[in-house]
Design a protein around this ligand. Sequence first.
Ligand code: GLU
Length: 474
Amino acid sequence: MADFFTMTTTPNAVRTRFAPSPTGFLHLGGARTALFSWAFARHHGGTFVLRIEDTDLERSTPEAVQAILDGMAWLELTPDEGPFYQMQRMDRYREVIQRMLDEGTAYYCYSSPEEVEAMREKARAAGLKPRYDGTWRPEPGKTLPPIPADRKPVVRFRNPQDGVTAWNDMVKGPIAFDNSELDDLIIARPDGTPTYNFCVVVDDWDMAITHVIRGDDHVNNTPRQINILRALGADIPVYGHVPMILGPDGEKLSKRHGAVSVMEYDKAGYLPDAMVNYLARLGWSHGNDEIFTREQLVEWFDTRNLSKSPAQWDPKKLNWVNAHYIKQSSDADLAARVAPRILERGGDPQAVDLADVMSLLKARAETLNELAEGAMLFCGPYTPADPALMAEHVDDTARTLLADFAAQARALPEWNAEGIDALIKALLATHGVKMPKLGIPLRLVVTGQKQTPSIGHVLAILGRDLVLERLSGY
Ligand code: GLU
């Protein structure tokens, strides 16, 4: 693993990061943020960094880290650097905290949580914003209270009290906060561990991040982070806060809307390219283009085309996009992706030429699972048709037709769909009957099912020997 400290970076080269907290799987919103950060870096020939924000020990799990790595690998969003883990950077955070204490941009605060709560209450009662009252904030000429015995201090950032902190958001446009609205943020807890906003700042600084693309639930953190970066003399990244993804019902996207881990979409039979295409359109656009390759996305990706309003999850559209990618995929590629799904269903993917099956089914399938289910006709165990159905459709005429079909099928010079279809047509003409009279009995006897895709193709794929064997019983 490359270490970013040893890396030489070109000045001003674009560097983006995806910085998930590993408290669950990689959900759709996270995947989209990762995608935008990735596409932006690629578009500018820059670097995409993966950083795992695992300092919340109670909520972070190794399984969640793995789920994030799996999700990104599935979507083929490969980081150029990382994953870096915040838990491995504690010494660095402590070092920066000490530096800020030395430089006077941070200070020890000995107020107890109860005292801080009382300050907040007082402010509330006076109709002001609840906040820490600055008791321990050093000011020129101010005498600080005596340090209470046996109390471990927190470290607070000495936030500027005047002026505004503003940035031109890549998505939302200009945003400004009055510094007077911002509290002196705690950057280290009594046990010395750094807090969330502080770690983000040190990492963005050390990793030379130039552009931060993240969810707009972080807008309120941004002025705090900018002020700390300024206090450190660091360059301020360009920020872009993307609106959330809403469910089909217009509510916040949640587990209620079904699968929200990207890996659930893998399980359900979506292609990673389709997912990337669909996710990119959630809040980003390039004219009216709905279908585009990764290369086009990278070429076109421009934050000016990120939408200010929330995007809406639309499962029907995802299916439409997936169906498109299935149609575009080669038969061999689909066969490779569908084979394990056939095994899962108890079928044998090698029973027939699976690529032929894909060629037959792909025009109508919306997911790989549908392809797998369709392929079970060829790869699954053969179950004879329901006797009642047989009795209904296989009468004496049908038996004669089936016998004639078997005899002539044996003699066909080549076993392919065209030849089989021509044979069926000729038999119908000779016997003066319509297609269902032969088609249904043929399907029932050979496949056990009344409905199948085009019978000529089905029989061609099953192979002459198997077809004749199943017909021989009738
Ligand atoms: N770790 C944060 C999250 O998962 C993201 C922090 C950031 O992008 O600055 O929401």
